[in-house]
Design a protein. Sequence first.
Length: 455
Amino acid sequence: MFKDKRISYSLTLIPLIIILCLFVWLFTVIFEGEKPIITLAPRPEFLSGSQTFTIKISDMKRGLNKLKVSYSQGGREVSVYQKQFPFEGLLNRQGVHSFESEVVIDPSSLHLAQGRMDLNVHVWDYSRRGGGDGNMTLAHHKMTVDTVPPAIRAISRMHNINIGGAGLVVYQTSSDTEESGVYVNNHFFPGFPAGADSKPGIHVAYFAVPHDSDLNPSIYLRAKDRAENSSNATFYHHLRRKKFRKERMNISDRFLKRVLPYFSFYQLDSEENDIEKYMKINNDLRKEDNEKFLSLMKNTSPEMLWEGPCLRLKNAATMARFADHRMYYYKGEKVDEQFHLGIDLASLANSPVAAGNNGKVLLAERCGIYGITVVLDHGQGLASIYGHLSSTEVNTDDVVKKGDIIGYTGQTGLAGGDHLHFSVMVNGVFVNPIEWWDSHWIKDNITRKLALINK
């Protein structure tokens, strides 16, 4: 009898346990505490113009209830986007569990003031927690509204520039300027602070007009601030046309047999004949070399290191000029054409090569078609190149003075004989070295403008 009562009690208790478990489970589901997930991108530091923000939200349990996007500034909060998600199916199983949207914040149309602004994204789910409001997640992003571009104006006035030559402009920017310089068509020539003794915001920028430019390139100053606002300013400049020579270069099999072994380090197709290999070197490797020179300018000193005209190789004859348009012929047939972007100077074999001006060694090693090469940084984007050397007397990062011996002439690379290939670059653009040997040109185009800095 007692045993029967225990069985009966157990049978009665089981449903209660099941009901209790179901209740606990339902309570746990309905009042679950997992918050929705928000992804907000991008997260810019500054807001300078219309910006599209991508908002991704999800809640894989109770599902999404509502979304609110707002901004706050100056003690007031303004809603810019709201969305309510429907409750569908048992326990919202068919409801929305993930959602993506884009919200545009335009400082102009929203009449935002300059200064701090907070972007707020609130998301609630269908949990019954929080007094029935559900779990809430807030994504908060601080930005600075800055829609005012920096100011820039030229101080130097006369800028007479040769095609293939260089120029210098002195200009002033407002204090919020982060980056400034000169554009010549699509090439940017960065400016540098004029120095501690100058007025605030005074900069100098060396720039170049490439040898193959027409007489109407787009030349202007540009300033940009941290918020990516930018402004342009024109300045007076007069371009002078320069005529460059055309030169026929006859390539012999003897020459190919002599120079090609030097380029064993460069990957060439063994199936190609000698002239095809030469063409690849003269085009592809030449391009790689020039890109390397441009990359070196990232390490230019922000200070002016040079002083006065550059030195020319002593007792040397000019064998090739700047921007000679070379036509290459092989067995009477034209096979290639290139521009010679330097001046070739020949003296006695293995003549000592002096540093053209004060500077720092950016490169002292074998460099493609230029053979053993030294590149000197003279500061603020100005550099000189000494190619086809037989050996060097300096190492990368050495500091040299004008006249220091940095190497000896040779015929490494694509040299037809012992000589020095001398080039000058302005931020990676080759310019006519003759200008930098000329004290009158330097006085008229550089030092007179630099004299404006402390006025």
